[in-house]
Design a protein around this ligand. Structure first.
Ligand code: HEM
Length: 480
């Protein structure tokens, strides 16, 4: 009797080939690496290389402003398409890519919900806490930690040539300690203590480095997130009972949350209080604090690092900024001991430096892939209309968006804050600047998916950069 096994194998292989060919043909109009049309391995390699931003930009420059990077996955550097997908009434939704942002084994968070209603509901309940309206200590909390960071720099890192003392500071570490302490202070009222220890007291950074590649895997092979439900794998994930690493950070956040419940509950008008007031459960709060810690710290630290790096290594830029700061101090437009956010917003060169830093090194380069709705979508690729079927995911290429030479000029790869200072008296220059501003604003996302922590991030950058200039670069009148 003929064995049935070969028939089953042939049938399965045929179905597999048929499905792959169908998927390949569906996006055949879009350019991209050939292998990326057949397998997700190209995208995985790209993710794990740590150079996803430059690889995506090469792809968009070579194969068009929207190109294929995996079966059913496109990437775009077209600002109009990004705005269209994120707009309030857009039929595009979050793609399955977002499931990789679930950071807590038990609880989801606002950044990973793919259910639109749930996401909208959480966003409306959480926006007051993020906006500062229900977070009255926000500015003072940031000021306190700026003073602590400056003390640390003064004590541990300022050179004393007269004593033959020259010291090096790891900007990456200090900026991370600063933003991690800020996020824990503004989110749940107590800094983790990174600045006080001038160290990573929980082993958080090292653990995060180990875990980050997993996010790459889960973003590309989103089906893998299901294995996290298997009991023995689940039990090996970070837990709030851990003594070190991400788990210890979860534990710290959990302790702060528990302090807000019960008979002797702490009451403090901050983000946590606002979320509780708006009905978030204890478990939801745990998921959200994990997101705040990861979304809110590394992004802002990365911006702070890059802007400080460019300012301090470009003498003409540093000099112009110091002159602006010096004049403002003399005119009494910079409060002591820490500049007010409203005052920093009135310093045009500072604002130009911040915009330029966020532009040349956008802190978020993850894919943030949105999904084409039922019925598919027509996509304009450099003047040619192409069709993407329903279920296709479209990732953003933030690096490519921010280095578009048509928008930012032929020197888009260069850090040049002056590009933001064009005279508003000349109509074309004003229009050009507005176009740049519109595109830059996408660095914080847009519309119904826009960053909720934008105001907090900007406040940190405004204050920290000025105070580092005043203190570390010793502006003349600072001591007065
Ligand atoms: C320079 C710093 C920052 C940048 C560039 C940035 C950028 C972004 C981007 C691009 C998104 C995703 C938009 C999307 O899904 O399409 C996002 C989401 C988010 N960010 Fe930020 N972010 C920064 C700082 C912060 C801070 C400090 C916080 C917390 C205080 C924060 C909280 C959030 C939250 C909660 C979301 C999810 C919003 C939602 O799902 O509706 N971010 N951010």
């Amino acid at each position: 009797m003929l064995s049935i096994a070969p028939i089953i194998i042939i049938a399965l292989v045929s179905v597999y080939i048929f499905r792959n060919v169908k998927t390949y043909l569906e996006l055949r109009d879009f350019g991209g690496p050939w292998s990326a049309g057949w397998t997700r391995l190209w995208l995985l390699r790209c993710h794990l290389s740590g150079s996803i931003h430059t690889k995506f930009t090469e792809i968009n420059n070579k194969h068009g402003s929207t190109a294929r990077v995996a079966p059913k996955m496109l990437v775009t550097s077209d600002h109009e398409l990004v705005r269209r997908m994120n707009a309030i009434r857009s039929p595009f939704t979050r793609g399955p890519w977002y499931t990789c942002l679930k950071l807590h084994p038990e609880s989801e968070n606002i950044a990973c919900y793919t259910d639109e209603d749930k996401h909208n509901d959480m966003r409306s309940r959480m926006s007051h806490g993020y906006s500062g309206k229900e977070n009255v200590h926000l500015e003072q909390d940031i000021d306190d930690l700026i003073i602590q960071m400056l003390d640390l720099i003064e004590k541990e890192y300022v050179a004393k040539p007269e004593n033959g003392l020259f010291r090096r500071m790891d900007l990456a570490k200090v900026t991370s300690y600063f933003t991690l302490d800020i996020i824990s202070k503004v989110a749940f009222g107590e800094p983790f203590g990174f600045l006080a220890a001038n160290d990573d007291p929980f082993g958080y950074a090292a653990n995060l480095k180990q875990i980050l590649p997993a996010i790459g895997w889960f973003g590309v092979y989103h089906e893998l997130t299901n294995i996290l439900r298997i009991p023995f794998i689940k039990s090996s994930l970070p837990s709030s009972m851990d003594k070190r690493g991400l788990g210890r950070v979860m534990g710290f956040a959990r302790e702060r949350i528990l302090e807000r419940f019960g008979d002797e509950a702490i009451v403090r008008q901050d983000m946590l209080n606002s979320f509780i007031k708006n009905g978030l459960t204890q478990l939801e709060l745990e998921g959200e604090t994990m997101l705040q810690i990861s979304a809110g710290s590394d992004s802002t630290a990365s911006a702070l690092r890059i802007i400080t790096h460019f300012i301090s290594t470009s003498p003409p830029i540093l000099e112009r900024l110091l002159t602006e700061v010096d004049e403002a101090i003399v005119a009494g437009r910079i409060s002591r001991p820490v500049i007010k956010n409203s005052e920093a917003l009135q310093l045009p060169y500072l604002q130009a430096c911040i915009k330029e830093g966020l532009r040349v090194y956008p802190p978020i380069t993850g894919m943030l892939a949105k999904m084409v709705p039922k019925g598919g979508a027509k996509i304009d690729v450099d003047g040619v209309e192409k069709y993407a079927p329903s279920g296709t995911q479209i990732a953003w290429n933030s690096w490519g968006l921010m280095r578009n030479t048509e928008i930012f000029g032929p020197d888009a790869d260069i850090f040049r804050p002056e590009r933001w200072l064009a005279s508003d008296n000349i109509v074309e220059m004003r229009e050009h600047r507005l176009k740049m501003e519109e595109t830059l604003s996408l660095v914080f996302g847009y519309g119904r998916f826009g960053c909720l922590g934008k105001m907090v991030a900007n406040m940190e950058l405004n204050k920290a950069l000025i105070e580092v200039c005043v203190n570390a670069f010793a502006v003349e009148n600072a001591a007065d």
